[in-house]
Design a protein around this ligand. Structure first.
Ligand code: NAP
Length: 339
């Protein structure tokens, strides 16, 4: 175990923000993690678990221990002629895992192509895109109790998945370290989801418009690449805010005032509204403030053009939030963890 001091987190967050961690350690397997959990530095400091660093906004230096998750490995734990069950290390990059599935023609995660972050972060916010959520394929989430070192196994139901929600963001927050996930995917008789118009449109335009695991993945990748900035080029953490879900009565009132407001059916009878639309209506899309701003193709993405300051990005997010409250009386919730 090598706990370093005063490490700049710039290479470890996709916003490309500089912030100094007082202590920093990389864990490559569960025994290294256990060693860290037994250390005095862990026991006497605040801690922060970093995966791909794609869902954090660092607004200041971190006065404790950053644990960088590099628990990797993909293991087949069961298969039949129709399905395959895999255990995946929580530090595996999610998109790399999706590509492994696509290349082997395993169905179930193709709509979730190009989502940044690690496999361990996927169940935390029940990542979802284009009509598919990770809860649809997850069997169990294995986690280490940070206090006792016990291995805990959460069955799908126990994860209490909801729309971008799970037990790991609430009751289990800062109590466990997700070490692996197991998922069951289809080898034959795939259950494709092309309900989102954007996927249908891209497939219809492509020369080979057959619905396959690979073609859906390619379609999702091309849609995302056309709208979202590559963090290697422009620092960002994907969608900064969650898409809000509101009561039907509130929606009816808003629709009278703003007839063009887009909407989709959400969970529990609520109505989903695209946050990007709300932000665009306030004129934020494409606005730049020195070296930070709101992306020109997707108003939900805040960007650091280089040398930006996390505190300034947070101030911009707060201004956007206030303007959406003023105009629509909807309080956008950050999806990104603000540190
Ligand atoms: P988008 O496709 O423009 O959609 C914006 C909003 O409208 C989302 O709330 C989306 O619901 C909803 N929506 C659009 N078409 C729909 C349909 N046919 N049926 C039901 N709901 C529909 O959003 P985007 O920002 O470009 O993102 C593309 C996809 O990636 C979306 O599915 C989005 O949720 C997902 N995404 C996920 C994460 C994450 O998991 N953390 C982060 C960023 C984006 P849904 O949100 O239910 O899809």
């Amino acid at each position: 175990m090598n706990i370093e001091k005063d490490r700049d987190l710039l290479p470890y967050n996709t916003f490309n923000l500089s912030a100094i961690a007082r202590y920093f350690v990389v864990v490559r397997n569960v025994s290294e993690l256990m060693e860290v959990l037994r250390s005095d530095i862990f026991k006497s400091n605040p801690f922060l678990i970093l995966g791909g660093g794609s869902n954090v906004l660092l607004t200041k230096n971190f006065p404790g221990l950053v644990i960088k998750n590099e628990l990797t490995g993909i293991e087949v734990i069961n298969q039949t002629t129709e399905t395959i069950t895999l255990r995946v290390g929580s530090g595996e990059p999610w998109h790399k895992f999706v590509m492994y599935c696509v290349n082997n023609n395993y169905g179930g995660v193709e709509n979730l192509s190009l989502i940044p972050g690690t496999c361990g972060a996927a169940p935390m916010q029940n990542i979802g895109a284009y009509g598919v959520e990770v809860r649809d394929v997850i069997n169990t989430v294995e986690a280490i109790d940070l206090k006792t070192g016990d291995v805990l196994v959460f069955e799908n139901k126990a994860c209490r998945f909801g729309y971008r929600e799970s037990i790991f963001k609430h009751e289990m927050k800062n109590k466990v370290f997700i070490s692996s996930i197991t998922l069951t995917l289809t080898k034959t008789s795939h259950r494709f989801n092309v309900s989102y118009g954007a996927i249908k449109d891209v497939l219809a335009q492509s020369a080979n418009n057959e619905i396959t695991v690979k073609n859906i993945s390619d379609a999702v990748i091309s849609i995302r690449q056309s709208k979202l900035p590559d963090p290697k080029v422009i620092g960002n953490a994907g969608s900064f805010f969650k898409n809000p879900s509101i009561e039907e009565s509130t929606f009816t009132r808003l629709k009278q005032k703003f007839p063009g407001i887009p909407s989709f059916p959400g969970e529990n009878g609520l109505i989903k509204i695209p946050a990007a639309w709300l932000i665009e209506q306030n004129g934020w899309k494409g606005k730049t403030f020195f070296n930070i701003g709101v992306h020109k193709n997707q108003a939900l993405v805040l960007v650091n053009y280089g040398g930006g300051d996390g505190q300034k990005i947070w101030e911009l997010a707060s201004e956007i939030r206030s303007s959406v409250i003023d105009k629509f009386n909807i309080d956008l919730q950050p999806e990104v963890n603000v540190i």
